[in-house]
Design a protein around this ligand. Structure first.
Ligand code: ATP
Length: 425
């Protein structure tokens, strides 16, 4: 293993090995070119002679099944070749899923729905990306559901989302996030409101399972579901709930034997539970880094990235025009609930929020629902705003939004625990 700082050299990789590198320094850039052979980044094939650019935060592994030569230029914090990778096991999982898909295709059935579970920082999202890329590379069109409200990659944190994967992820930017189905949750961990989390997951599962039937190719391709890294106590119950809601055919457990054994015991015997090793390359993140990466996701939502910058808008909204709600009322004992309602129903109740200065920096979700009589929990999200100023004297807020227009007249906004300090200017 070698550590390098300012790199400009060729790396010769043997078959079944990978080049791993990390970039932590601000403004550092690393360029990688495949000179010969075949290589892929988390399942996306590299195009020969094309220069790929990586910036701060990149934690990358370029793997080769056949062997290759890579030209690497730039400043990186860690860079080494590893021959110990679980890619062959991951490839075998893909092959098993392909058998299910072929069978589904032949019998016009739904393809495999699989859950990827494991503690934090074991490479769950990366495994999903690899399996999805392999699937589209052989002509499948799977759905990707991300139930990770803390570090989800499809929408911004605090939400769960599903997208249709039609082409491999871009090497530098991941999957295209066009037309996602997003449901608001409003907290960075399912523990923020467990009852609501399960309700939102159930709704997402119901809607996406139904949508599978609308397209033959997607139907046989199935769904890959990414989950949160909270796997103990209630976290484990959430995993069981998700497995039931999605009627999972298989659960891929990364790195934790205990979780694997618990699931073997608790899920029906027709669900395949498979224990997989984590890659030694997966980088652990501290609490601070997780916080930073959440902020980064929100910042990218409003401001884009180096390659595709966005220019968001700011506008003022009077308190009187702000139809702001929160999902989840404070708990009441069962004895105080109206007849026929349970205390846990309160956790899914939509309650009006009176604007105060405490709204500052909070993310507000713009719902497609126009009234609280609609099923707000099960209605797709239209977008997000951030409260950048609260003026109690003028009785108004300033909202940062990707849309140039002020809010539509019936706009219903949902309060989120997530905050974003807009110091971009
Ligand atoms: P979380 O618990 O936050 O959901 P996770 O289990 O989904 O995390 P990933 O996000 O897949 O983990 O991986 C964590 C980081 O490790 C990512 O930045 C990813 O790019 C990096 N990574 C994954 N596999 C490798 C590898 N083989 N070599 C180098 N870096 C890797």
């Amino acid at each position: 293993m070698s550590e390098d700082n300012n790199n400009d050299r060729e790396y010769i990789l043997d078959a079944d090995s990978e080049l791993r590198f990390e970039i932590e320094q601000k403004d550092a850039k690393v360029f990688v070119t495949l000179i010969s052979g075949f290589a892929e980044l988390f399942g996306t094939e590299l195009v020969k002679k094309k220069k790929y650019e990586f910036g701060i935060g990149a934690k990358v592994a370029i793997f080769t099944y056949q062997g290759c030569v890579l030209q690497v230029t730039g400043k990186m914090d860690v860079c080494y070749i590893s021959k110990e990778t679980p890619m062959i096991q991951y490839m075998n999982c893909h092959a098993a899923l392909e058998q299910f898909r072929t069978d589904a295709e032949e019998h016009d059935k739904r393809g495999p729905v699989i859950l990827v579970v494991g503690p934090m920082d074991v490479g769950k999202s990366t495994l999903c990306r690899i399996l999805l890329n392999y699937a589209v590379r052989v002509g499948r069109r799977p759905l990707y559901a991300d139930l990770d409200v803390g570090q989800g990659a499809i929408s911004i944190p605090g939400n769960i989302a599903t997208i249709l994967i039609e082409r491999p992820a871009s090497v530098e930017e991941g999957f295209a996030k066009t037309a996602p189905l997003v449901y608001h949750f409003g907290h960075k961990s399912p523990s923020g409101n467990s009852v609501l989390y399960n309700a939102v997951v159930s709704k997402m599962a119901e809607v996406t399972l139904q949508s599978l039937d609308a397209n033959k190719r997607t139907k046989s391709s199935g769904i890959i579901v990414n989950t949160c890294g909270w796997v103990k106590g209630y976290g484990y119950k959430h995993l069981l709930h998700a497995a039931r809601a999605y009627r999972a055919r298989a659960i891929f457990v990364l790195d934790q034997e205990r979780l694997y054994n618990d699931l073997l015991r608790d899920v029906p015997s027709n669900v395949h539970v498979v224990l997989l090793p984590k890659s030694g390359g997966v980088v652990e993140r501290t609490k601070e880094l997780r916080h930073e990466s959440r902020e980064q996701r929100i910042k990218e939502y409003f401001y884009g990235n180096m390659r595709t910058p966005f220019y968001p808008f700011s506008f003022e909204v009077k308190f009187q025009d702000l139809r702001l709600y929160k999902i989840g009322a404070p708990p009441l004992p069962d004895s105080c609930m109206p007849i026929g309602m349970k205390a846990e129903d309160n956790k899914k109740k939509v309650v009006a929020v009176t604007p105060t200065s405490s709204l500052l920096h909070h993310i507000l979700t713009l719902s497609f629902a126009e009234s609280t009589d609609e099923n707000v929990i099960g209605t797709n999200v239209a977008g997000f705003c951030c409260v950048t100023e609260v003026d109690m004297e003028r009785q108004s807020v300033m909202l940062l939004s990707p849309q140039p227009r002020p809010l539509p007249p019936n706009a219903l906004l949902l309060w989120s625990e997530l905050q974003f300090m807009d110091n971009h200017a």
